[in-house]
Ligand binder design. Structure first.
Ligand code: SF4
Length: 347
């Protein structure tokens, strides 16, 4: 029997590695290339992830950075974002409470540090913060940073330039305000504020000297072009940190029962986001346990960051399961920007 390779066995040079090489050389991939990633076949998925890994490795080695979310005020939000269990139109059964006390926030920051988080995210459900809420965040952030080695990210809704300036002065490192989707699709998921409002908040934060954390949610009924629009806009705004969520269609929200997305589509979206935003911190965010399932580890070949613990109103995977996944991948949790040594991949 001949052991000579058949024509089918011959490996064609991967278009994804060619793309990664161009990205690593400083090229920016265009809309058509981003679409090609999202439309690629399952048979190409490992090659695609290996190519995305080369880009991730250049900027982050085999490091994984953990973020810890604290919902400092839950529910009671006057906005109508269709994906959100905390909106005024949501009938989801969630805890509803007003601003937490300072001791509770400090205790949460301690837990974040114990869980090896790089960043402590203070979130409130609101269209935007009240004067009292801004005062509170500005008073608690210096205390958190004095006690714990944590970056602080504030997610407080729409911000004015003055509010952004106050947060920067208080020592907030970064503001999270997600674009969530494309400008075209935005009005399908929210009617009480606009995409332009969100962009204006990000611009105010940038002008105040804050780093930007902004990403989106996949699986709300958007098209590939909507996802690509968002990725390109995040690149245009030089966003430093990108959380990519996968819709957890919570019962009682307008998007309840929205169709599942396949784990392979989640991986293609992560790879696309990495290729479009090569140097950005890319986080596999909410819904990863539901939609990526057993393929979660593969997502870390494109992304370099995870939320550890629970999400705003839903449970996450146990931290121990994340630590084990990271270790079994040969990755290392880092709390700074240092990149650990990359593992050797086959092939
Ligand atoms: S503004 Fe924020 S908290 Fe309020 S409904 Fe929208 S996503 Fe939820």
């Amino acid at each position: 029997m001949s052991l000579a390779p058949s024509p089918e066995d011959t490996v064609a040079p991967s278009r994804w590695h060619a793309m990664a090489s161009r990205v690593l050389a400083g090229a920016a991939i265009d809309r058509e290339e981003a679409r090609a990633i999202l439309e690629s076949s399952d048979a190409e998925l490992l090659e695609l992830l290996a190519a995305a890994w080369r880009v991730r490795q250049r900027h982050f080695g085999n490091s994984v950075q953990l973020f810890f979310l604290m919902n400092a005020k839950s529910g009671l939000c006057p906005e109508d974002c269709g994906y959100c269990s905390q909106s005024k139109v949501s009938e989801a059964e969630i805890p509803r409470y007003n601003l937490l006390s300072a001791p509770k926030l400090l205790d949460a920051a301690r837990l974040a540090a114990e869980r090896q988080s790089k960043t402590f995210c203070i979130v409130i459900s609101a269209r935007g913060p009240s004067e009292r809420e801004i005062d509170f965040v500005c008073s608690i952030v210096p205390q958190i940073k004095q006690r714990y080695d944590l970056n602080v990210c504030a997610c407080l809704g729409l911000l004015s330039p003055e509010q952004a300036r106050r947060l920067a002065e208080a020592g907030v490192d970064k503001v999270n305000h997600n674009l969530n989707t494309s400008e075209r699709f935005y009005s399908e998921v929210c009617s009480t504020h606009t995409y332009a409002d969100r962009v204006a908040t990000l611009e105010a934060c940038r002008s105040a000297g804050l780093q930007l954390c902004s990403g989106g949610i996949m699986g709300m009924g958007e098209t590939h072009d909507d996802l690509i629009d968002m990725a390109l806009e995040l690149r245009a705004m030089n966003v430093e940190s990108i959380p990519l969520n996968f819709l957890n269609s919570i019962d009682g929200t307008p998007l309840e029962g929205t169709n599942r997305i396949s784990p392979r589509d989640c991986l293609r979206a992560l790879a696309m986001m990495r290729m479009v935003n090569p140097a950005a911190e890319l986080r596999i965010a909410g819904g990863r346990e539901i939609h990526l399932g057993s393929l979660q580890p593969l997502g870390l070949y494109a992304a370099n960051s995870l939320f550890v613990g629970d999400y705003l109103t839903t449970k996450g995977q146990l931290p121990e399961a994340d630590y084990r996944m990271i270790e079994e991948m040969g990755f290392v949790i880092t709390r700074g920007s240092e990149a650990a040594e990359p593992p050797v991949l086959p092939g």
